[in-house]
Design a protein. Structure first.
Lengths: 324, 328
């Protein structure tokens, strides 16, 4: 299979969906002239026409609000948030408008809208440009949240998100953009709400997503060397969560570790741990372990930043604890 | 001096009927709330009727309007039906939002009414987006977004006006300057005597009119809407009015004197102003207005009667009108 980058995969998804449906348009800062600050929109205006790739002023509130309004009026906007951290600026538009309007008006409209949010730690960008905020949105009814870890899922999930009639938050880790991987030719979809078992195993279940998924796969390799067989699940969507896939795996392995780059406290791991504790406790042979960032803003200095990053060793250690 | 607008009998009767419909609807809602018949809380549009009615008279049915927490007047002026509005305010399954939205979220997409909004300033960018959709799909529609002097201080307004201006979006920013943001007087909270002055800062035209004179509103709005529809971009129209009731029904109104309110009601009531003008010009008779008053009274009574009788939503409605199945 051909290999393309995560960034190219998202660009293919955008170009294909925009060619297919005139109602799809994209708005955000630095996307048309600049091609996106991570190059993820490069050349898109040439492919689909400049009138549907709109550079905006720095006005996150208006960008997201206008996206919601355009969706209410029948369009299918894709919004680029520049950095996931800037979601805070447009939080009312996400929390009170995007997530709620369809329900509040009893289905008089749909809100087919995708909000793309580049997240995660990269090159000492410090506390306001490095966060992983997906767990906020797990807590808001009305939204869907997807978070791919590789180019194929990036394309498949973005196409599914654009075709969805629900508002979808699409988190994409900044360090994944240049990463290459196999992507099927032509139409390729990944269903929203469906996790993927990317490595089968029998001793412990490792659940993750996004960049940390790669650390988990490295951990599984290391664990195999120590005779521990780890099953690795890539969530791909965190709202809705694919409980069935997680439960099925835990039923088999009887041990669970959840790993993510986001702060451990109140994170996606906490929700999964609670679900498993509520419904699967009898199956567990060991306490659930969560691996995530400590409860502290992300520091600037590389000497400190590395202390909040989730590394392979931490995942290996957590998995071994469950197997003692 | 512009040439005087000629008012057809049909337009006059429509302007009057809609203002009276809002007046009676809101009066009735206020009484029902105080009688303990309504859940939640309600914000009444009493005293501001001429603004929504005067503006909406120049809109097409498929033009868009967003709204505020004080949205009943916008709904009625844009053509929403009072039965489904009243049922919604009662929280009944027959309401516009099947009881899921209530007073602050009434919407009727079939007449372009995109919903009242519980967040002050929340509707501004929704209208900007609807206008953007209209521009991209070249369907000729425009969007109107009413907001108060309170909302005028929100950042959403700044971002939305700037965006609409640089993209020349077909949107009418309609400031309903009703003097109070909840309990805070505009004289204290707004940096300029008129919000219309801010239009210059966005490179768009701005005008300010007496919002309690439906003819002034109608004529100013018509001009603004013509400008917008011609593709010139957004327009800011301020209508000076007065919120004669509290922020919500039950507001003790410690922040202003009863005398101040009485003065406004007695000297500058939009419906009395209308009557004075049409009688003076012999455009309508007292009898014609009385007939409309009576017809509207019957409509409202029927809406209240039905809303009382209608069923509450069944428990199985809780998860309806929510997520749409993927790939459906």
């Amino acid at each position: 299979m051909r290999e393309i980058s995560f960034s190219e995969a998202t660009l293919e998804a955008m170009a294909e969906e925009m060619a297919r449906d005139e109602r799809v348009f994209v708005l955000g800062e630095d996307i048309a002239r600049q091609g996106g600050i991570f190059g993820q929109f490069k050349g898109l205006p040439d492919k689909v026409g400049a009138e549907r790739v709109l550079d905006t002023p720095i006005s996150e509130t208006a960008i997201v609000g206008a996206g919601v309004g355009a969706a209410m009026a029948g369009m299918r906007p894709v919004i680029d948030m520049h950095f996931a951290d800037f979601i805070g600026v447009a939080m009312d538009e996400i929390l009170n408008q995007m997530a709620k309007i369809r329900y509040m008006v009893a289905g008089q409209c749909t809100l087919p809208l995708v909000l793309r949010a580049p997240d995660g730690i990269v090159r000492s960008a410090a506390a306001q440009h490095s966060q992983s905020l997906e767990a906020f949105f797990l807590h808001i009814p009305g939204l869907k949240v997807v978070i791919p870890s590789n180019p194929a899922d990036a394309k498949g999930l973005l196409k599914s998100a654009i075709r969805s009639d629900n508002p979808v938050l699409y988190f994409e880790h900044k360090r994944l953009f240049p990463m290459k991987g196999p992507v099927p030719d032509g139409e390729h979809f990944v269903p929203i709400g469906k996790a993927s078992v990317v490595r089968e195993g029998s001793d412990v279940t490792l659940v993750s997503y996004s960049l940390t998924m790669h650390r988990v796969l490295e951990a599984a390799e290391a664990l195999a060397g120590d005779g521990i067989s780890a099953e690795c699940i890539d969530l791909r969507s965190i709202s809705p969560l694919d409980k069935d896939t997680i439960f099925e795996s835990v039923r088999k392995t009887k041990r669970l570790v959840i790993a993510h780059e986001a702060v451990r406290q109140g994170g996606v791991g906490a929700e999964i741990a609670a679900l498993v504790a509520e419904e699967m406790l009898d199956y567990l042979d060991a306490p659930i372990r969560r691996v995530g960032a400590p409860f502290v803003p992300i520091p600037f200095s590389p000497a400190l930043e590395k202390l909040v990053r989730v590394d392979t060793d931490a995942i290996v250690a957590a998995a071994k604890e469950t197997c003692r | 001096m512009k040439s005087p607008v000629r008012y057809s009998a049909e337009l006059l009767s429509d302007l009057y009927r809609k203002m009276v419909r809002i007046r009676q609807f809101e009066t009735s809602v206020g009484e029902l709330f105080l009688a303990g018949e309504l859940p939640g809380f309600v914000h009444l549009y009493l005293g501001e009727e001429a603004v929504a009615v005067g503006v909406c008279a120049s809109l097409n049915e498929d033009d868009y309007i967003t709204s505020t927490h004080r949205g009943h007047g916008h709904c009625i002026a844009k053509g929403a039906g009072i039965k489904k509005m009243m049922a919604e305010i009662f929280g009944k399954s027959t309401g516009y939002c099947k009881g899921k939205g209530g007073s602050m979220h009434i919407a009727d997409f079939s007449v372009g009414m995109l919903g009242a909004n519980g967040v002050v300033g929340g509707g501004i960018n929704l209208a900007v987006g609807a206008a953007l959709a209209a521009k991209i799909s070249k369907n000729g529609k425009i969007a109107v977004t009413p907001f108060g002097d309170g909302a005028s201080n929100r950042g959403t307004v700044h971002e939305g006006m700037n965006l609409a201006a640089i993209w020349k979006l077909p949107v009418l920013f309609l400031c309903e300057f009703n003097q109070y943001a909840s309990t805070t007087p505009a004289a204290y909270s707004v940096s300029v005597p008129s919000v219309a002055l801010r239009a210059q800062g966005y490179g768009m035209p701005g005008a300010s009119v007496n919002g309690n004179d439906v003819f002034e509103v109608y004529e100013a709005a018509r001009e603004a809407i013509e400008y917008i529809r011609a593709g010139n971009g957004p327009y800011l129209l301020e209508c000076r009015t007065y919120r004669v009731k509290g922020h919500f029904v039950g507001d003790p109104e410690m922040y202003r004197s009863k005398e101040e309110v009485r003065q406004h009601i007695e000297n500058d009531d939009p419906i009395a102003n209308f009557a004075n003008t049409v009688l003076k010009n012999k455009w309508m008779t007292k009898e014609q207005m009385d007939v409309i008053d009576a017809e509207v009274r019957d409509e409202i009574a029927a809406a209240v009667h039905d809303a009382r009788e209608d069923p509450y939503p069944a428990p199985d409605q809780l998860f309806k009108d929510y997520y749409i199945e993927e790939g459906a």
